[in-house]
Design a protein around this ligand. Structure first.
Ligand code: F6R
Length: 242
């Protein structure tokens, strides 16, 4: 992977926003893969600023999000659909009918997962996929043990992920224990991948992803198999790289 180390979180977030805006400007009908969580919040704010400044137009863009909690409807305040609307979709001119977030509340999540994969294929595949990384090396909700050929599916969350994500909920008990997530195989089919990581809490996961041989133990290590991956890091997230 290409590794770009920025001085701080603000410049790393700006760098990723620039890459996404450039992708939309190069191909107005680009298919974006998007992530939630704390990490991309500033990147989305930068994109909204660029949109308001007239630097980018999302009317022909399609987006697919990585994951969603099982059991939360899209209007639940902690759902990833709601997060995307609040952080990005409501502030730009993307067509809501072209924004796809897996649905956590349907009757048949397995059928929905297969349909989500088909939608991505029908859209021509993902051109640019944005990723964060978990402290345990997860990408999307592919926890340790996820194989390189895994597809969109229902997964269990590890106790450590539930504890980390409890900060977004009133209590740990409210964090769903399962999620629907794109698989590693789904993610690796994106034409270009950008992983953003900031803060010392991610330093070990970043070191293992870039320096350990690819294995199920560190799902992000599978990214080394992809020809067009960029890790955008702040100095803190890069601090354990030799
Ligand atoms: C979010 C996602 C997760 C997060 C990861 C890091 O859609 O798929 O893999 O990217 O858990 O989360 P934050 O950014 O909150 O540290």
């Amino acid at each position: 992977p290409q590794v770009i180390v920025c001085a701080d979180e603000a410049s790393a977030s700006r760098k990723v926003a620039d890459m996404i805006v450039a992708a939309v400007n190069a191909k107005p009908s680009v298919v974006l893969g998007l992530a939630t969580g704390g990490t991309p919040v500033k990147t989305y704010a930068n994109i909204v600023e660029d949109f308001r400044a007239g630097k980018v137009d999302f009317r022909n863009v399609t987006s697919f999000n990585l994951d969603e909690y099982i059991g939360l409807s899209g209007t639940h305040p902690q759902s990833f659909r709601h997060f995307m609307e609040l952080q990005l979709f409501n502030h730009i001119n993307i067509d809501p009918s072209k924004t796809f977030v897996p649905e956590g509340c349907g009757d048949d999540p397995a059928a929905h997962a297969a349909e989500f994969e088909k939608r991505i294929a029908d859209a021509g595949g993902i051109d640019l996929q944005l990723l964060g990384i978990g402290h345990n090396g997860h990408i999307a909700f592919n926890e340790p043990g996820s194989s390189a050929d895994s597809r969109t599916r229902v997964v269990g969350l590890t106790q450590s992920t539930i504890e980390k994500n409890a900060r977004f909920f009133d209590s740990e008990d409210e964090v769903p224990k399962t999620a629907i997530t794109m698989g590693i195989g789904t993610i690796l089919e994106a034409k270009q991948i950008v992983l953003l990581a900031t803060g010392t809490g991610k330093a070990e996961a970043i070191r293992l992803s870039l320096q350990a041989s690819p294995s199920d133990d560190v799902p992000a290590s599978w990214l080394a198999k992809h020809p067009q991956v960029t890790f955008v890091l702040d100095e803190a997230a890069a601090s354990e790289l030799a």
